[in-house]
Design a protein around this ligand. Structure first.
Ligand code: C2E
Ligand code: CA
Ligand code: CA
Length: 710
């Protein structure tokens, strides 16, 4: 029996018992008084009848009868009271029990809710006030259930996110973080709450975090509890309540891995693995920087182009390993005997270069350089031992001076090379200063340029297509358009020999437009025979991107040929993009919104920074052929390529490897999860007709290259 029932029952029993006792007492008193009256009446009657002697006997008899009657009345009263008491008790017990049961159920339901269980529980249906309480309780349960479900759901999402999410109030005080944020920052979640978010980033980023909201990813670093700087890419957005800003949400991703990979790529791509000297690309880059510096300071700069005489003999006689050791020795000697702040580099096989700056006048230069060069030649000519044999090896050097001999890096290298050629021709182990007569090539270039101008009207330009193969299934899914110049009595000239010429003038704009027109018209041609010709990529020059009306010109070409921009892709090198990033972002965003795809060409040879590329709407990454070339034989290049593939894929980019020439390279690229490949392994670039034939063969299942992917 419930406590409530007991208490109420006891009270009712006590009350009813007290009432009954009072009534019985009254009954007893009243009957007593009635008995007295009856005795008096008996006495009066007996004295009136003169029978006083019989009075006492009669009174005794009457008194006895009266007392019997009184006892009987009392008994009946008592029985009635007991009956009443029992009925009242039972009734009370029943109604209180009913109430108590309902309440007990409510109490149990409340306990369930308290424990976070919002499932419906059985409850009494009633139409009294308690029923209303039950209904109110049910409404409350349902509402709690809904809000909790949505809150739990959000909690789970936050918890499951890989991104580190930090929520702040409008003053930048952290109000909430998810597990990923706590992990990233190496704090317990509760220790982060209440901190200003500015405590978590270095001072230089405070203003940025406080004042601006960034929907596109930005890079900063977070400070962990143990004092580390973790590079992250983050976006932020405002948290609003109606129109009022009540806080900010920051979502960040740890990009340490990517940063490390980029650094590694840069290092691998810039340093020659054998000699640890800057490689050709890096040396050219340093040369450009030094030229710019000399230009500002009005000083002269000398470029020494150095080549080992008959180096092939070492390789042939002692093998490649000995050749490599010798190259290391040469590199060492160049380093030892060069002026202190001169820059050395390895340009290719046995070609090295030295950059010596800081000359104020031309007069002093030739004397000083002559001395330096002699010393260098003497040092290099010292004999050394290879496999126990004494070897005598000499070198030749060509020298060109900025700005006297050329005013840019490319020409300076070319002229130093021309001087080197003369030095070699005079027997080796000597040096030559460049003179204009040495460069007949320069004359030829001028002639070629004027011929190129006429190439358009004479219809001498051609476009060839190099198919791109999907590495998962061997299907052709597009091609790269490559321009050629078919010059009568010279034959096919490759772009390396005329694109640089075109780039020196506005001819490159005309050429770019011509290629795009050609590609669009070929595309229409293919569309008549095959459902899809895949995506064709077209190379873009820096000057084209700089052209004022470029966007409109391109739009116009698509319209004219009625080719959808989604069928094409533009290939741009990193260096081109970095020239004027803001302008490039603007133009490329426009292209992207037209549906045109964008691809980074020659990745690895420029900044190699995917972070920097993130602001561009890029869809594809092309690994430069110089890295693909040696993947099967050079561990450095293999690491580099697989790192680029991983990075590209982690940023959802399609990765294309160019210059695939062997099955081993193909195999390696497939293993690393590269998406596409192009190269001579699949044949030479083909004409528009040739490309159509390949597509048709593929549709019929008679294509030849599928077996490479078996
Ligand atoms: P790129 O964009 O890096 O083009 C790839 C180059 O690699 C092409 O040289 C192609 O023929 C070559 N190649 C393809 N597969 C292999 C291979 O397996 N092994 C080797 N060793 N090379 C391979 P190409 O056609 O001589 O073009 C050279 C460069 O000229 C191109 O380099 C591109 O930067 C430029 N170029 C070509 N066509 C155009 C054009 O229409 N417009 C502009 N602006 N530049 C172009
Ligand atoms: Ca290209
Ligand atoms: Ca390329």
């Amino acid at each position: 029996m419930g406590r409530l029932v007991k208490k109420h029952l006891l009270r009712v029993v006590l009350l009813v018992s007290a009432g009954a006792a009072l009534l019985l007492a009254l009954l007893w008193l009243q009957t007593g008084r009635m008995a007295d009256v009856a005795m008096d009446s008996v006495a009066t009657a007996y004295s009136a009848a003169g029978r006083d002697s019989e009075l006492s006997a009669a009174q005794a008899q009457v008194a006895e009868q009266l007392s019997t009657v009184r006892r009987q009345a009392l008994g009946i009263g008592l029985a009635a009271a007991l009956l009443l008491l029992a009925i009242t008790a039972i009734r009370t017990w029943m109604s209180v029990t009913d109430l108590v049961n309902t309440l007990a159920k409510l109490a149990r339901n409340a306990l369930h809710i308290g424990r976070g269980d919002f499932e419906p529980q059985p409850a009494h249906q009633r139409d009294d006030e308690l029923g209303e309480l039950v209904d109110a309780f049910e409404t409350m349960r349902q509402q709690l259930r809904e809000t909790t479900i949505s809150r739990d759901y959000l909690d789970r999402i936050l918890k499951g996110m890989n991104e580190a999410v930090i929520v702040t109030d409008q003053n930048g005080i952290i109000t909430r973080v998810n597990d990923a944020a706590a992990d990233l920052l190496n704090y317990a979640s509760q220790d982060l709450v209440g901190k200003p978010i500015t405590d978590l980033v270095p001072a230089e980023f405070h203003a940025e975090l406080k004042h601006s909201v960034h929907q596109t990813p930005r890079e900063i670093s977070y400070l962990t509890s143990d004092g580390r700087n973790v590079p992250v890419s983050y976006t932020s957005s405002t948290l609003k309540d109606g129109a009022e800003e009540i806080g900010r949400i920051f979502a960040a991703q740890n990009i340490s891995e990517r940063k490390r990979a980029e650094q590694r790529i840069r290092m691998l791509a810039r340093v020659d693995a054998l000699t640890k000297l800057p490689n050709r690309m890096q040396f050219q880059h340093l040369l450009q920087r030094n030229i710019a510096r000399s230009r500002r300071s009005g000083q002269y700069l000398a470029l020494l182009y150095l080549d080992i005489d008959h180096f092939k003999d070492i390789n042939d006689t002692f093998g490649h390993a000995a050749g490599d050791t010798s190259l290391e020795i040469f590199a060492q000697r160049i380093g030892d005997s060069k002026p202190e702040d001169a820059v050395a580099g390895r340009l290719s096989g046995d070609e090295f270069a030295l950059l010596i700056g800081g000359f104020d006048t031309l007069d002093g230069i030739s004397q000083e350089l002559t001395a330096t060069t002699r010393k260098l030649l003497a040092k290099l000519a010292e004999p050394f031992r290879v496999q126990g044999e004494e070897v005598f090896i000499t070198a030749s050097i060509g020298v060109a001076i900025y700005p006297r001999d050329a005013d840019n890096a490319i020409d300076l290298i070319r002229n130093a090379d021309a001087a080197l050629y003369y030095a070699k021709n005079s027997g080796g182990n000597c040096f030559e200063f460049y003179t204009p007569e040495m460069n007949t090539e320069a004359v030829e270039r001028l002639m070629l340029k004027s011929k190129l101008r006429r190439a358009f009207e004479r219809d001498e330009l051609r476009v060839r297509y190099q198919p791109k193969y999907n590495l998962r299934n061997g299907r052709i899914e597009g091609a790269e358009a490559l321009v050629r110049w078919d010059l009568p009595d010279r034959g096919i000239i490759l772009p390396a020999d005329f694109i640089p010429l075109a780039e020196e003038t506005t001819l490159i704009l005309q050429l770019g437009e011509w290629v795009l027109n050609r590609v669009c018209s070929d595309y229409r041609f293919w569309q008549r025979s095959v459902p899809s010709a895949g995506r064709i990529s077209v190379n873009l020059s820096l000057r084209q991107l700089r052209q004022r009306d470029f966007l409109n010109n391109v739009k116009q070409i698509f319209r004219q040929h009625q080719v959808s921009p989604t069928c094409l892709e533009l290939e741009i090198t990193e260096t081109t993009l970095m020239e004027d990033t803001e302008r490039a972002v603007r133009i490329l965003d426009n292209f992207y919104s037209m549906g045109l795809h964008l691809s980074i060409d020659d990745f690895g040879t420029g900044y190699s920074s995917l972070s920097a590329l993130q602001k561009f709407p890029i869809g594809t990454l092309k690994i430069d052929k110089s890295f693909v070339r040696d993947v099967a034989i050079d561990a450095n290049d293999a690491t580099l390529v697989s790192t680029i593939i991983k990075m590209g894929r982690s940023l959802n980019l399609d990765v294309v490897a160019e210059g695939v020439e062997s099955e081993q390279q193909l195999q390696f690229l497939r293993e690393q999860g590269c998406d596409f490949a192009q190269g001579h392994l699949f044949g030479d670039p083909v004409t528009a007709d040739g490309y159509l034939d390949l597509l048709l063969a593929q549709a019929e299942g008679t294509d030849l290259h599928r077996q490479l992917f078996a």
